[in-house]
Design a protein around this ligand. Structure first.
Ligand code: HDE
Length: 760
């Protein structure tokens, strides 16, 4: 897999160890030279090379026609004037006053003063990547969208985000995640602006400012940041019981994903697809991650927010840079486009409802691969502007009232955020199809439009541009009939059931997942001050499930109310559970703890096997540097006992020493203890930081292993006795690794819950 290791392997924690490619023995890393003279442009890094852009007519589209800043040899002003000095202001003498005529000082400070733009009002914190989407052709019977055709490849840009936090907030808070994809199709841009949760809090966009005001920090003290664990959020969701379904998903493990790479994505609304013959089908979009759906534990998420608030951002960039390109299949659930727009009694216009996959299977229609990191965060990730109204022929909207509000909101918010109406010209937002609009002028206009007649019809420009009928690729809205009805501010009766679908979700979870849900509600509500708010939430929970309600009530020390009526009779939907299957382990991080004193051959063997298996090996040792005391190829240390935290690793291995006289893996000396080797009982000498590392990983139900003399003692000293669930010891390091990888494919050692979930 990795052509080179992720940045994080060398840089985080600054342990001073030199970079080396794990699993690539003997390859010397390039040394940074002291620059002494001007040189030519720097080439972009391999993973920053974007997919080739192309246009509908086959012309090459230069999406990088902007200035490539900071690649030339000499410093200039914005006007291209070369500068002799950017470190000293122009002064009357070296101790005299600064002169107003210093145009360079003025330009430099002026530009700096205006570097920030308003952050997104929601989804401010995000990370993104370039990639490619390949259609399977399986959707052509229901949609004429060109990019869904068989083997058609379309460049994409995907931005993941949290919803509530500010731009600088931590990644692993409990929240919904955005999953927004821009397809640069030959027919124009298509944006699928989805979330990692398939339902939304509200049924009508008019409540959006209210739910967001309730979720954002309190207006007086501006706390808490990026959290739903506060009174206003729970006040809102308890007063609007339609929010119960989305809230339950948030309180489940879905609210704390392990990685953006391990999340599902959902279009949420029902869309309408149109085929070549004009036939229509209602659909819901799903993204299915090839790595499976996995989550953090709540304690892990909280620790990470302190020790590595960029956890998800780093994980995505590192994986792509290392060549472990994340993949998702795009799938659709299809429903007949009947006048009622319902399926098995579910109103398809209600965005608080799902259709169970067992009733309408998700049919794969294409593959998304993220293969390049952005070159510049601001230019791309920050300035990308998504809009659910960016549609292409073959994909149309429905009358979902939530979607209607979004169709207004996204363009509107970009005006403030990107400072004018020309944000479609920003490189990351540019379509790869030819543009012949009659939109003119405005702030930040960079186009130099030709022609004298920007109006339609005209005769002065030869009538160009002409309107395109459907046959010429024009986007024609499906002529659906609008209901003949009175103008009202009302909600349909079919939207009234707010508890049966949350009940199905709850009943579909395994016991360990339910336990996490109970813990999450209890934690969040215990952060609220108002008992009335808590009591109101409990009343909703009672209508979802009495066990859920009573367990949360117990945790809060409040009485559990009775359900207000009969509980809905629903079947579970196994597809809603995250636990049970096994998944590829690509990109998983395995820590190898060694004191470097002996058994280095085993460390090399395991490190290389981890790398060859597409995972990331990180050697953890008392101090940085390299081990080569046995005369073999040097083993580089990537983490030290001081900077390693268990939350970074998916599994941990303890490299013990071979028993005396053994040549099981070629060690020259036998020593155990992973700490100052002062003699005495094995494990007794173990560095407390190693014990903490192991016991924390054990508590978070991660696979642990070890080989050789002393390893089992070290594990036992950390409270992870060999033979307990998911603790693997053997003399043969390869056998240990084999079992660990098998455990990792199921993400966690679920048997360790629930007892281990109780955090002191
Ligand atoms: Fe958004 N949403 N939203 N939203 N949304 C924005 O647009 C809005 C909703 C989603 O990475 C904003 O450009 C309204 C559902 C994502 O840049 C804003 C309503 C879903 C992103 C906005 C919703 C989403 C946004 C803020 C209720 C999942 C981040 C900045 C009707 C299907 C996109 C921006 C990115 C961003 C409005 C509800 C997904 C304010 C009014 C439902 C992934 O326009």
């Amino acid at each position: 897999m990795a052509a080179r290791p992720p940045h994080g392997q060398h840089s985080a924690g600054g342990n001073g160890s030199e970079p080396e490619i794990p699993g690539r023995p003997g390859v010397e890393p390039p040394q940074l030279e002291e620059p002494t003279e001007p040189r030519g442009p720097l080439p972009p890094k391999a993973d920053q090379t974007k997919p080739e852009p192309y246009s509908a007519t086959g012309e090459e589209v230069d999406t990088d026609a902007n200035v490539r800043a900071q690649t030339g040899p000499y410093l200039t002003t914005a006007q291209g004037l070369r500068l002799p000095d950017t470190d000293h202001s122009l002064k009357a003498g070296d101790r005299g006053p600064v002169l107003l005529q210093d145009h360079h000082l003025r330009e430099k400070i002026m530009h700096f003063d205006h570097e920030r733009i308003p952050e997104r009002v929601v989804h401010a914190r995000g990370a993104a990547a370039h990639g490619v989407f390949r259609g399977y052709g399986s959707a052509t019977s229901v949609s004429k969208a060109a990019f869904l055709g068989k083997d058609v490849e379309t460049p994409v840009f995907v931005r993941f985000s949290t919803v509530l936090g500010s731009r600088g907030s931590a990644d692993t808070v409990r929240d919904t995640r955005g999953f927004a994809t821009k397809f640069y199709t030959t027919e124009g841009v298509f944006d699928l602006v989805g979330n990692n949760i398939p339902v939304f809090f509200i049924q009508d966009a008019i409540k959006f400012p209210d739910i967001i005001h309730a979720g954002k920090p309190h207006p007086d003290r501006e706390i808490p940041q990026a959290q739903s664990a506060h009174d206003t959020f729970w006040d809102f969701v308890s007063l609007h019981t339609e929010a119960a379904h989305h809230t339950l998903w948030n309180m489940s493990d879905r609210g704390i994903p392990r990685s953006f790479r391990m999340m599902e994505g959902f279009g949420v609304h029902t869309f309408r697809l149109v085929n070549e013959q004009g036939g229509t089908t209602l659909v819901k979009f799903h993204w299915k991650p090839k790595l499976g759906v996995h989550s953090l534990t709540w304690e892990e998420a909280q620790i990470i927010n302190g020790v590595d608030p960029d956890f998800h951002r780093r994980d995505l960039a590192d994986a792509i840079e290392a060549g472990a390109h994340p993949e998702w299949e795009l799938g659709i659930q299809t429903f007949p486009d009947t006048p009622e727009q319902t399926f098995e009694g579910i109103d398809l216009l209600d965005p608080t409802k799902i259709v169970p996959e067992e009733w309408a299977p998700v049919q794969p229609i294409g593959l998304l691969t993220l293969n390049a990191n952005p070159s510049n965060f601001f230019a791309e990730t920050e300035q990308v502007a998504f809009h659910p109204g960016h549609l292409v022929p073959g994909i149309d909207i429905t009358d979902d009232a939530l979607l209607a509000g979004r169709l207004f909101s996204y363009l509107d918010t970009q005006l403030t955020r990107l400072g004018g109406p020309n944000f479609a010209q920003i490189p990351v937002n540019r379509t790869h199809a030819p543009v012949n609009d009659m939109l003119r002028d405005g702030l930040h206009q960079t186009g130099v439009h030709q022609g004298v007649a920007p109006y339609h019809p005209n005769s002065l420009d030869g009538g160009c541009p002409f309107q395109a009928a459907a046959a010429q690729g024009g986007y024609v809205e499906v002529p659906v009939e609008t209901p003949k009805a009175a103008k009202v501010r009302e909600v349909p009766a079919s939207f009234a059931d707010h508890t049966s679908q949350p009940r199905r979700f709850w009943l579909s979870l395994t016991p360990v997942e339910r336990e996490h849900v109970v813990a999450a509600y209890t934690f969040e509500l215990s952060k609220c001050y108002e008992n009335t708010v808590k009591e109101r939430v409990l009343r909703t929970l009672a209508d979802i499930d009495p066990v859920l309600c009573s367990q949360v009530a117990d945790g809060l020390g409040l009485p559990a109310p009775d359900p207000s009526g009969r509980l809905a009779e629903v079947d579970p939907s196994p597809a809603l559970s995250q636990v049970g299957n096994s998944w590829p382990t690509q990109g998983r991080i395995i820590g190898i703890i060694t004191d470097g004193g002996s058994g280095l051959d085993a460390v090399r063997t395991v490190r290389d096997a981890v790398d060859a298996g597409g995972m990331v090996p990180l050697v953890i040792a008392p101090a940085g540097g390299r081990f080569d005391g046995d005369g073999g190829e040097p083993v580089t240390v990537q983490r030290t006992f001081a900077n390693a935290r268990s939350t970074e690793f998916d599994a941990l291995l303890v490299a013990g020493a071979p028993a005396r006289g053994s040549d099981a893996y070629g060690a020259r000396d036998a020593k155990a203890g992973l700490g100052p080797a002062t003699g005495g009982g094995e494990g007794a000498n173990t560095d407390p930081r190693v014990l903490h590392l192991l016991s924390e990983a054990y508590r978070h139900a991660k696979p642990l292993g070890g080989w050789g003399a002393g390893a089992a003692d070290v594990l036992a000293a950390a409270g992870c006795a060999a033979g307990s669930a998911g603790v693997v010891t053997d003399d043969d390091p390869r056998a240990v690794l084999g079992e660990i990888v098998e455990l990792l494919s199921r993400h966690r050692v679920w048997d360790r819950f629930p007892a281990a979930a109780v955090v002191s």
